[in-house]
Design a protein around this ligand. Structure first.
Ligand code: PMT
Length: 406
């Protein structure tokens, strides 16, 4: 989610960091793929990485001695850690363990690689690899948020069978894909030259100056889509209800509160938009007459009746325009998810509905992961459970296919 996500790293000086996970066996392949793209590569290994791969392998593929120790007099007399930090135009750590991510999130510099990350002014990217529960743990997710807020690019992870026997998110992204993303190969910049408008978060419908009608949307799904689209080269406008998230790097965010404000911001910024994705949980109704001053309860008043009026449907409004962009809505359902999604597809006249469950323990609301089914005129596409950024990447790939008829 880096603001540098569109930087192309062909022919660059790249420092590859390898930490101690089973996916370290893929690191030599990453070195080769970067060299294929004209990069000069130096490798730094942590002590844990040595349990999975030898320095000799990485030296052979990179063509340079591998750096392992912070306090190594020989290494410091050659290219010491500060020189390495200055030399690099890009630092990519693959695999990046949960422990490594935690250490750099908290500014620890207790080995060569963490010290380099603190000392460099180069762009930093990490490709996490870990057990799915470790990936989904709130501590890891909070650390990743810190990294994103510092413009450290998070690549992946993918989802699938894991070395530990479990299935889910946490597999390191394949070396070819990492190198390709960093190099900005055209295939991975599918949204370059496209403009995407995303709505995210809840709306707030004021009842009086201090109270309002809202919902549990955290904005995470919409922000993940905005970030992933920006990472793939799109110009992204994010119309956001009130949330506690930072705008992803490279995304233009417009803050709104009510459904009326959200509709106005969307219509004002729609010209030239190729894809409109309505992720916001918009209140269907608002108080008919919001009070100017705080509503007071009167003695003996045991009930209160609120009159609500219908809010505009932002998604349906956009889809009904003369030449609408490709429109994608979400369906937040607690039962009959797919049937309701199909009704919304037809009822709102949109190209795709992303159905997700918001009932029960696995609710998509305010969680870090999601499970989505894309419903479109030609059928259904299942997006496996993964963290919301990975879901966003999968969704964008499928949207691109539907858009281009691929
Ligand atoms: O924000 P998070 O915590 O990450 O949670 C994500 C999410 C659960 C909010 C998200 O994945 C989601 O499902 N968003 C849609 C929520 C919703 O309002 O669904 P709906 O079924 O009520 O609306 C259907 C579609 O119409 C949505 O695309 C919605 O944005 C749009 N809509 C609805 C009402 C309205 N007045 N205007 C709209 O544009």
């Amino acid at each position: 989610m880096s603001k540098n996500a569109t930087t192309h790293h062909r022919n660059r000086r790249v420092l590859v960091g390898v930490t101690g996970g089973i996916a370290a066996y893929k690191s030599p392949e990453l070195v080769r793929r970067l060299i294929d793209r004209g990069c000069e590569v130096r490798v730094v290994m942590t002590r844990g990485a040595g349990a999975f791969i030898t320095p000799l392998t990485l030296q052979a593929v990179s063509g340079h001695p591998v750096h392992e120790h912070l306090l190594d007099a020989d290494a410091e007399s050659g290219m010491g850690h500060i020189e390495l930090a200055r030399w690099a135009e890009l630092v990519v750590v693959a695999p990046a363990t949960a422990n490594f991510i935690a250490r750099i999130a908290h500014g620890q510099a207790d080995d060569l690689l963490t010290t380099l990350v603190l000392a460099t002014t180069a762009e930093v990217a990490v490709a996490p690899a870990m057990n799915r529960q470790m990936w989904l743990h709130p501590a890891t997710q909070a650390n990743l948020d810190i990294l994103r807020s510092r413009d450290i690019r998070i690549i992946g992870p993918g989802s699938g069978d894991q070395a530990c026997g479990e299935t889910g998110p946490g597999r390191m992204t394949e070396p070819e894909e990492i190198a390709s993303l960093l190099a900005g190969d055209p295939a991975d910049m599918a949204y370059a030259g496209r403009r995407i408008l995303v709505t995210a978060g809840p709306t707030w419908e004021a009842l009086d100056p201090v109270r309002g009608i809202t919902n549990h949307s955290s904005g995470k799904m919409g922000y993940a889509l905005a970030a992933a689209a920006a990472d793939q080269g799109a110009e992204v406008i994010l119309v956001s209800g009130p949330v506690h998230l930072q705008a992803p790097a490279g995304v233009r965010r417009i803050d709104v509160r009510s459904a009326d404000e959200m509709l106005a911001a969307v219509l004002e910024n729609l010209a030239g938009t190729d894809v409109f994705v309505a992720v916001a949980a918009v209140s269907d109704f608002r108080p008919a007459r919001p009070a100017e001053h705080k509503i007071k309860k009167s003695p003996g008043e045991d009930t209160m009746t609120l009159e609500l009026v219908r809010n505009p449907d932002i998604l349906a409004t956009v889809a009904a325009l003369d030449s609408p962009p490709f429109t994608v809505g979400f369906a937040a359902e607690t039962r009959d998810t797919l049937a309701n999604a199909r009704d919304k597809l037809a009822g709102k006249g949109v190209d795709v509905i992303a159905a997700n469950d918001v009932g029960g323990a696995d609710s998509a609301f305010d969680s870090d992961s999601n499970t989505v089914t894309l419903v479109h005129a030609g059928g259904e596409i299942s997006i496996p459970t993964a963290d919301k950024y990975a879901v966003a990447v999968d969704m964008l790939r499928e949207i691109d296919r539907l858009l281009t008829g691929g």
